[in-house]
Design a protein around this ligand. Structure first.
Ligand code: ADP
Ligand code: ADP
Length: 225
């Protein structure tokens, strides 16, 4: 059974004089442990789809299901956005531990889990820094490991490296790949960059839609070594 199944998903946003169709009749199945990238031009509905997967946006028609795991305490999804959504008044380690705290995980386990992820991306020494004291790349690492520390059933990422300079982006792509190879987390990843999609994904979904035209999709399967 698929981990994620989206069937005939359509989203229309109301406007002053009617509505705009942001996504039309889009279907996607993602297997457990698969890393799926969605690539397409700006405005074709990628972010809208991801927000619906995350439960942050209502679906106009169609269905989306994420199959829960055996541990009911684990969150179904965690999301990473392009803008590092981290709290400026919390230290790096408190940011990473935030989701665990919300779930009522005890102090000791929160600390250990946060430490583990900080060390894993080379941020161990920055645990007590505040977001304004670290670089953009480090902030995005914090967002990413905060999502991973939650151990969600699926990880949803919307242009997570889009705001970074080219060099930092390459480093984070490699880190993401390394982490994915070890965790085999189910991932849906949105990007503008076909290069990035091909590097990271098991499967790439190309979306193309101009206003007033039907959504067209095309799939590329990438066998991993
Ligand atoms: P992408 O992520 O591929 O750039 P989006 O999902 O952001 O595309 O947007 C798809 C379409 O829906 C665009 O035409 C966009 O203007 C429109 N749209 C997105 N969010 C809203 C919203 N909250 N209200 C109205 N229209 C929206
Ligand atoms: P608490 O309020 O129990 O400290 P937080 O969720 O605020 O927990 O912090 C997350 C984790 O980060 C905690 O497990 C805590 O041990 C650790 N932590 C918080 N502040 C610091 C700090 N200044 N230095 C080292 N570890 C910290």
């Amino acid at each position: 059974a698929a981990k994620i199944s989206a069937r005939n998903v359509t989203k229309a946003y109301p406007t002053l004089d009617g509505f705009i169709v942001a996504l039309e009749d889009f279907s996607l199945e993602v297997a457990e442990g698969e890393f799926v990238c969605i690539v397409g031009p700006s405005g074709c509905g990628k972010s809208t789809f991801l927000r619906m997967l995350a439960g942050l946006e209502e679906i106009s028609s169609g269905t989306i299901e994420i199959r829960p795991g055996s541990d009911p305490g684990k969150p179904l999804n965690s999301v990473v956005f392009q803008e590092y959504a981290i709290f400026p008044w919390k230290s790096v380690i408190e940011n990473v531990a935030f989701g665990l705290r919300m779930r009522g995980i005890g102090h000791r386990e929160r600390h250990e889990t946060a430490r583990y992820w900080l060390d894993r991306v080379g941020l161990g020494k920055f645990a007590d820094y505040y977001p304004h004291q670290i670089s953009g790349g480090m902030k995005q690492r914090v967002s990413i490991i905060r999502a991973l520390a939650n151990d969600p059933e699926v990880l949803l990422m919307d242009e997570p490296l889009g705001a970074l300079d080219a060099q930092t982006r390459v480093v984070l792509q490699e880190e993401l790949l390394r982490i994915w190879e070890e965790t085999r987390k189910t991932v849906v990843y949105i990007t503008h960059s076909l290069d990035e999609a091909v590097l990271l994904g098991d499967r790439v979904i190309l979306m193309s839609a101009q206003p007033g035209r039907r959504l067209a999709t095309f799939e590329i399967d990438l066998p991993r070594p």
